[in-house]
Design a protein around this ligand. Structure first.
Ligand code: NDP
Length: 311
């Protein structure tokens, strides 16, 4: 039997563990540290965020499976064994949940929801001129597992959609910008900018005074990637001076967002507590089973993190 060590927080509820176990019926799951005796019996580890140094002494470890899509916290841990593949979660439901969030907020601005709520509170019957979706362009920063799903759904609604990524993409109806040289062209025409970037050395602070200034006036920024991709003081300045019409922020440099942070009360900012999509334990079984089968069959597992690239 395959033995998997679970490096998961103590507060994870029993239903979560039971669902995970149902998805991995051919594996023995053991909680770390209390159920792990002989570490040489452990074949794999499932973890959200391992304690530093806690994975360095499993002599038979074949792979580490992250329960999340984002792995920046793993890359920062230099005690992780580099020779062992580190795999991250991708899952259609994870992407679909994220797309719901992005569609909700793009449409909220597109259909002037906040203005109509204000008008309603004043009992004013006052139609606002409505643009067609096809008059606006949504810029998807990071066309990976999550960004692509949202891009395709936004296109179905009728928005023009283009993307920016490290490598060139060839997705139907989605103009691809790629690399640093093409960032300005991408930003210049993004009425809505949705950031799906992972946090790496290259993307830290990428949304800053200079790049935000390249967006069309009145643009909306939605950040669902990582908080540190965005310079928080610069976005507040861009909102205050009218460059940006709004920001929807799900991720932050410090989480939970400190009570005194200006985002909480800013009239143009929507704050959500890192919930644009969440891992449900039923998402983990398929990706872990598939990867175990690949590793045991001598194949390369799916969604292995490139430790040099950082994602
Ligand atoms: P992927 O790895 O599938 O996609 C990442 C995309 O970012 C790729 O298109 C990649 O380009 C692009 N990219 C990375 N670095 C650069 C760069 N320097 N310049 C240009 N493009 C770059 O990741 P996912 O779509 O699965 O997830 C994206 C991120 O979303 C995660 O890393 C995580 O931080 C965040 N996340 C947030 C959640 C939330 O609840 N808010 C939940 C889950 C994830 P290329 O395709 O060319 O490699």
């Amino acid at each position: 039997m395959t033995v998997i060590a679970l490096h998961l927080p103590d507060m994870i509820p029993q239903w979560w563990l039971d669902t995970l176990a149902e998805g991995l019926p051919e594996c023995i799951l053991k909680r770390w540290p209390k159920e792990i005796g002989d570490k040489s019996e452990v074949d794999y580890v499932i973890t959200l965020k391992p304690e530093p140094n806690s994975l360095s002494d499993y002599p038979s470890l074949k792979a580490i499976f992250a329960t999340s899509a984002g792995v920046d916290h793993f890359i920062e841990d230099n005690t992780l064994p580099v020779s062992i593949p580190l795999c991250r979660l991708t899952n259609p439901e994870l992407s679909a949940r994220m797309s719901e969030y992005v569609l909700l907020h793009v449409l909220r601005f597109h259909r002037h929801l906040a203005e109509y709520q204000n008008l309603q509170s004043e009992k004013k019957w006052s139609p606002i001129q409505q643009k067609a979706a096809s008059d606006s362009t949504v810029g998807i920063m990071g066309l990976g597992a999550l960004g692509l799903d949202a891009a395709q759904k936004l296109r179905t609604v009728g928005f023009k959609v283009h993307s920016w990524s490290q490598s060139q993409k060839h997705e139907e109806g989605i103009k691809s910008y790629f690399g640093d040289d093409q960032l300005s062209g991408f930003l210049n025409t993004s009425d809505y900018l949705v950031c799906f970037l992972p946090l790496t050395d290259k993307t830290r602070g990428i949304l800053n005074r200079k790049t935000l200034a390249e967006l069309p006036d009145g643009a909306i920024v939605i950040n669902v990637g990582r908080g540190a991709c965005l310079v928080e003081t610069d976005i507040i300045t861009a909102l205050d001076d009218g460059k940006l019409a709004g920001a929807v922020l799900d991720v932050f440099g410090t989480e939970p967002l400190p009570a005194e942070h200006p985002f909480w009360k800013h009239p143009k900012v929507t704050v959500t507590p890192h919930v644009s999509t969440v891992t449900h334990p039923r998402m983990l079984g398929p990706y872990i089973r598939e990867n175990i089968a690949r590793i045991e069959g001598g194949q390369i597992p799916l969604n292995v993190i490139d430790r040099l690239n950082g994602y």
